[in-house]
Design a binder for this molecule. Structure first.
Ligand code: THU
Length: 132
């Protein structure tokens, strides 16, 4: 699946976001190496810190379905922003737990342009498993 199609999945799923507080829907589409696409949306809570972002929803759903480190090929993120919407820092950390540093992360903007970055570009010098 190419990045335009993956982004389209992220764009479509946005309508399922639960965003009564921010009114800022986000959709994520995670491509697995076996070709499966798993989507996620942000799910907010009246206790705002309990909110889960779209990217983490997608990763956690994949893990719950049995996918493991090494199974992830790319992720696309879509929000209604003028500029490219990047994953928050907590989501970057969660992506770093399961995805390789060279995995593509696709961002988009209101012009529907796609910016392709690697996870390492988004999160350089990541805190991962360190030898002790
Ligand atoms: N949010 C995401 O779902 N993903 C991002 O990449 C950035 C932020 C959500 C969290 C919250 O529900 C809303 O957007 C506003 O911060």
């Amino acid at each position: 699946m190419d990045k335009e199609l993956l982004m389209e999945e992220a764009r479509k799923i946005k309508e399922r976001a639960y965003v009564p507080y921010s009114k800022f829907p986000v959709g994520a589409a995670l491509l697995l190496k076996d070709g499966t696409v798993i989507t996620g949306v942000n799910v907010e809570n009246v206790s705002l810190g309990a909110t889960n972002c779209a990217e983490r929803t997608a990763i956690f759903t994949a893990v719950a379905q049995g996918y493991k480190k090494g199974d992830f090929k790319a992720i696309a993120v879509s929000g209604d922003t003028v500029d490219f919407l990047p994953p928050c820092s907590i989501c970057r950390q969660v992506l770093a737990e399961f995805c390789s540093p060279d995995m593509p992360v696709y961002l988009t903007n209101e012009k529907k342009e796609i910016l392709e970055l690697t996870l390492k570009e988004l999160l350089p010098f990541a805190f991962t498993d360190l030898e002790m």
